[in-house]
Design a protein around this ligand. Structure first.
Ligand code: 1HE
Length: 263
């Protein structure tokens, strides 16, 4: 694996340093993901400080991420290509299956490997300038960062096939309607909204967040019968935690702020 690059920053926000803000800082190259940047992404998410309860990932400059650094796309033999793709899988798995939920704040280009990275986050907030594309199809290559697994889960196989066969680009509004992003906000507002969501997520019981990140996606892929069993196990574990009992007691005692409010 390549040496981690400097093109990424980590800041801790919140009173208890509970939010990790991970930023791609390679704006001059539209945050294109070099091998070093992929290694840095992996290392950052694998080594988040223990105070962190949620993370936000965003990109400096006009675009979230232009995908694979094409200047590094040299001739690889099949074995090297395999390992290169697997290194992306490891890094994006560190995002999806790390210790805390990740909110991606999207703007401008979210393309190729940039869309693969965004798809590894748990929540995507897009501002009005966001656009989504998979130029791999027109560059004579294929997705290699987990996109063929994660992107169909968001928009379906048929739409992903169309994007890659025809170079179709989706704008921010269509992207939200189809399932790329769960939130659509005005231009320049994605980071603030992502921080607001991360602060909220950070107040959840850690075991609930863990169950959502690690159990839910697996349950969704299990046969129903297995899924029901996994659900029963994880729900028993979550509700046995003292924190869960305290939260339920708070509601039953009518403590302020625990009631569900109409949307
Ligand atoms: C890059 C890259 C890059 C920009 N690799 N250098 N991804 C793509 O095919 C997308 C390619 N990029 C673009 O289509 C455009 O750059 C953007 C729409 C993202 C932004 O446009 P714009 O006008 O703001 O910037 P620009 O002038 O095109 O680029 C500015 C600089 O960034 C320029 O370098 P400079 O030295 O001439 O200033 C560009 O060369 C550089 N740059 N994007 C390298 N991607 C695990 S498999 C994943 C496979 C993929 O991701 S394939 C899709 C790759």
């Amino acid at each position: 694996m390549a040496k981690p690059s400097q093109d990424i920053s980590l800041e801790l926000a919140g009173k208890k340093k509970e939010i990790a803000v991970v930023r791609l800082t390679r704006a001059a190259k539209r945050n294109a993901l070099s091998d070093g940047l992929i290694a840095a992404l992996r290392d950052t998410f694998q080594n988040l400080p223990s105070s962190v309860r949620a993370a936000v990932i965003d990109g400096e400059g006009e675009h979230f991420c232009a995908g694979l650094d094409l200047s590094e796309l040299k001739e690889r033999d099949a074995g090297e290509g395999l390992h290169h793709s697997r290194s992306w899988h490891m890094a994006l798995d560190a995002v999806q299956y790390g210790p805390v939920p990740v909110v991606a704040a999207l703007h401008g280009a979210v393309v190729g490997g940039g869309l693969e990275l965004a798809s590894a986050a748990h929540i995507r907030v897009a501002d009005a300038t966001t656009f989504y594309a998979l130029p791999e199809g027109t560059r004579g290559i294929f997705v290699g960062g987990g996109g063929s697994v994660r992107i169909p889960k968001l928009i379906g196989v048929a739409r992903m096939t169309d994007m890659m066969l025809t170079g179709r680009v989706y704008n921010a509004q269509d992207g939200e309607r189809l399932g790329f992003a769960q939130y659509l906000v005005a231009e320049g507002q994605a980071f603030d909204k992502a921080m607001e969501l991360a602060e909220r997520i950070a107040t959840n019981a850690p075991l609930t967040n863990y169950a959502l990140m690690h159990a839910l996606p697996r349950i969704a892929e299990q046969p129903a019968d297995h899924g029901f069993m996994t659900e029963a196990l994880i729900s028993a574990i979550a509700q046995a935690a003292p924190e869960a009992k305290q939260r339920v007691r708070d509601f039953l005692e009518g403590k302020a702020g625990t009631k569900v409010k109409k949307a």
